[in-house]
Design a protein. Structure first.
Length: 415
């Protein structure tokens, strides 16, 4: 995707601090992080999902709450990011003087992946994910860099909030918290859904007002959240799995970071293995999962009926484009990583793979666009579920070839 092609289809974001971050290439082929006001296929998938939303009445009463903050706050600059966990990790690392780019964090942690799991449901539909499982990125990147960390969960909101306050106010360290999107008061009502995997960084608290200062990568500024809303977000009432107030933080960093070159090479190899080394009898993950979705999507309308098939497709688009930075977005982030890796390691051939990854990301964007046209019928547009299956099969073929070739290429540099 070119910088000039980054979508600016402002709709639900209007009047809110929420914005997307897209990684796109400029006229010189260099990746840049570009703010986006949204994209119409994502908005159309959201509209379809909201039409049948069981929380419609409650959602209609939701108001955006964002207040001025005057309490204690750690000195930490806010930076929007394409994905919440990347952005939170970046904030935690920067507080300790480790300034790695979002693509470098994502790439080093081998974050790129794919799963289409039919036996785990979100909102009643199979989970489709375009990255590793939540929490994996933080564990991997800190382990690679020799950083000591801690992660805790709790049985009660009171204990969870007390532990957070101790870290923020007494130990004066930033804390990453995993929260439910549905209960975040500064997010537009249309974008609140029962997804228990959003990451934010807490950097302060006003003890008089019981307000917290947080860095959320999905917004363009620092945000605030009161005690009651925050406790609710940390212990959401719905969603796929209970969060139990999960929080994580850095305990110590080494005096000197390890050489990144060998770590980059090994992380690329690990990503490739994750994508193409899964046995055929596990069809849900890696490129196997893309082939699997390609086959299943062709039969949705016959098996489910038109309405449920449309809702299922809208769910895939939301997973593709809304939760985190989505499938296409993660491919662009990885393309940016390969470009940066080429510069840091001196392995020029990685630039060619960066270009190829960008082209695959463009195909995922094409899939999202055509999928939205399937359920949003317009004159002259006759895309079918078979067309989507063909496109997914093409993507699977290209990703299979890409990761097999990249694996062979990078193994030549492993000592």
């Amino acid at each position: 995707m070119k910088v000039k092609d980054v979508p600016q289809d402002l709709k639900y974001y209007k009047g809110t601090p929420i914005r997307d971050v897209n990684y796109a290439v400029d006229d010189d082929g260099k990746y840049q992080a570009v703010l986006s006001d949204g994209w119409s296929p994502k908005a159309e998938a959201l509209e379809l999902a909201l039409e049948y939303d069981v929380d419609k009445d409650e959602r209609s009463r939701m108001k955006i709450k964002s207040l001025d903050y005057k309490g204690f706050e750690l000195k930490l600059e806010h930076r929007p990011a394409a994905h919440c966990e990347n952005g939170t990790i970046s904030s935690l690392l920067r507080y300790y003087g480790i300034d790695l780019s979002e693509p470098m964090i994502f790439g080093l942690a081998s974050g790129l992946f794919f799963t289409h799991i039919t036996f785990i449901k979100m909102g009643g539909f199979p989970v489709t994910s375009f990255r590793t499982f939540p929490g994996v990125l933080f564990k991997r990147i800190t382990r690679l860099l020799g950083i000591k960390t801690n992660t805790r969960r709790f049985l009660s909101p009171e204990k969870a909030m007390q532990a957070l306050d101790q870290l923020i106010l007494e130990e004066k360290v930033p804390v990453g918290c995993v929260v439910g999107m549905y209960d975040l008061p500064y997010v537009p009502a249309e974008y609140r859904f029962r997804f228990n995997g959003h990451n934010i960084c807490v950097i302060g608290k006003d003890e008089d007002t019981q307000m917290y200062s947080v860095l959320d990568s999905n917004v363009t500024q620092k945000e605030t959240i009161n005690y009651e809303d925050f406790a609710k977000a940390r212990f959401p009432s719905g969603g796929v799995y209970p969060l139990m107030g999960q929080m994580y933080w850095i305990k110590s960093v080494p005096d000197k970071l390890p050489d990144l070159r060998p770590l980059i090479i090994k992380s690329i190899r690990k990503t490739c293995k994750n994508m193409v080394s899964q046995p055929k009898f596990i069809p849900f993950v890696g490129t196997n999962g893309i082939y699997y979705l390609s086959k299943r999507i062709r039969t949705w309308e016959q098996r489910m009926g038109r309405r449920k098939a449309m809702l299922n497709l809208a769910q895939v688009i939301r997973m593709l484009e809304e939760i985190g930075t989505g499938g296409a977005g993660f491919r662009f982030v990885y393309g940016a990583f390969l470009q940066e890796a080429a510069q840091m390691t001196g392995i020029e051939g990685l630039n060619d793979y960066s270009i190829r990854m960008t082209e695959i990301g463009d195909l995922w964007r094409e899939f999202a666009y055509k999928a939205s046209r399937v359920f949003k019928k317009r004159k002259g547009e006759n895309y079918t579920y078979n067309d989507l299956g063909d496109l997914l099969q093409n993507i699977a073929d290209k990703e299979s070839a890409f990761f097999l070739e990249l694996k062979h290429f990078i193994e030549g540099y492993i000592k």
